[in-house]
Design a protein around this ligand. Structure first.
Ligand SMILES: *Cc1c(COP(=O)(O)O)cnc(C)c1O
Length: 378
């Protein structure tokens, strides 16, 4: 049995042919054209209950740059973020001229820890430019504190790259958030369209700024009036995005079914008793992959290597954590005890839409055998 880590399954061309025909008629190929407009309107109506504003971007990294750039406090230096995130988060802050300041995560939720955040805010004072939490692995992190922070004058941009489609009580994660929430539509995310992303805000002015800055920061007279760039998606990308929206609920159901198999088989095989841990999280998540922490004093990289030998491709997102990578290791940080512990234990297991129950059963069974120290060589 060969089980790849991911097997992206984007909508097929037949599903967006009608949208492509609309492009042939409109002769609009970019610049926030009619399909882009239709996509943004549908996203707000179908996922955000008609509440708030959004702008598409050509990927989430650009979205983060535009959001940070629009909201950061001027004359301040630091972007506070977890080290346990994808490198796009610190890279985006650096492109905005900021220095990342890494803080620790909670032991169980694997997202930014409140106590560490308070400490950083106190320590950095007026040098704090922005706070960038990460909604870890698509989870609906508690945004109440961040809303208060944003309203108190410390801007917040949430990296919610894997959280488009994550809901709590039927509401999309991020709905009404007054700062910015950035989602990725990369092929490897649940809402995969190839390359793409979206910035959401409850504040219309913020989205207007981001949309405008993503189009060279043009004034109505086509004069650049700010630090603009080109972050627009083409109408062809919007066509694929619309077709993906047409089937997204089914895609989410499929992903949740596979995740439920994981929980069932991992627990049936007694992995919890052996010290394996799943993430503690809130929300209904369109799982991108299956994250798991291996037992204390094990090394997930060694387990991943053993899995590879029996045909199971596993990863270790996000190990190394940001502060352990060459581009970031000289940047300042608070205590990172939980982060460093988790990076030795984090294991990302395969999850893709055509996975069968027997794939999941085989993976759970293999982990069980590894944990008991038996050889799994077939
Ligand atoms: C995928 C991801 C990104 C980057 O998204 P792109 O659309 O590929 O730029 C940023 N942050 C996190 C946490 C991600 O998982």
């Amino acid at each position: 049995m060969k089980i790849p880590f991911l097997r992206p399954n984007l909508v097929k061309k037949e599903q967006y042919l009608d949208y492509l025909t609309e492009i042939d008629h409109s002769r609009m190929y970019s610049n926030y054209g009619p399909l882009n407009k239709k996509f943004e309107t549908r996203v707000i109506n179908e996922w955000f209950q008609g509440d708030g504003y959004c702008s598409t971007v050509n990927n989430a990294t650009t979205g983060l740059i535009l959001a940070i750039s629009a909201l950061k406090r001027t004359n301040a230096k630091y972007a506070v973020m977890p080290s346990f995130t994808f490198s796009a988060t610190p890279l985006a802050a650096m492109w905005c001229g900021l220095t990342p300041y890494y803080i620790d995560i909670c032991k169980d939720e694997w997202s930014m820890e409140n106590k560490s955040l308070r400490k950083a805010i106190e320590l950095l004072g007026d040098d704090l430019a922005i706070v960038i939490p990460y909604a870890t692995f698509g989870s609906a992190i508690d945004t109440t504190g961040y809303e208060e922070l944003h309203s108190s004058g410390i801007p917040v941009v949430i990296d919610a790259a894997a959280s488009f489609g994550t809901t709590t009580n039927g509401a999309q994660f991020g709905q009404t958030f007054p700062g910015c929430v950035v989602y990725s539509f990369h092929a490897t995310k649940a809402f995969g369209i190839g390359e793409g992303g979206m910035v959401y805000s409850g504040n219309p002015q913020t989205i207007q700024t981001i949309r405008n800055n993503g189009n060279f920061a043009f004034s109505p007279q086509r004069e650049s009036i700010d630090l603009g760039m080109n972050s627009k998606i083409s109408e062809f990308t919007a066509a694929i995005a619309l077709a993906t929206l047409d089937v997204y609920k089914q895609k989410i159901e499929t992903r949740q079914k596979i995740h439920a198999w994981y929980i069932q088989y991992l627990f049936e095989n007694g992995l919890a008793a052996h010290g394996w841990r799943t993430q503690k999280y809130a929300g209904h998540i369109p799982y991108q992959f299956m994250p798991l922490a291996t037992p204390a004093k094990t090394n997930s990289l060694i387990i991943a290597k053993k899995l590879r030998r029996i045909g199971i491709e596993a990863r270790s997102y996000f190990s190394p954590a940001c502060h352990q990578q060459q581009a970031f290791c000289s940047q300042p940080h608070g205590g990172l005890g939980n982060t460093e512990e988790l990076t030795t234990q984090i294991l990302s297991l395969p999850l893709w839409e055509e996975m069968s129950e027997s794939h999941v059963e085989f993976i759970a069974h293999s982990l069980h055998k590894l944990t008991k120290g038996k050889s799994c060589d077939a």
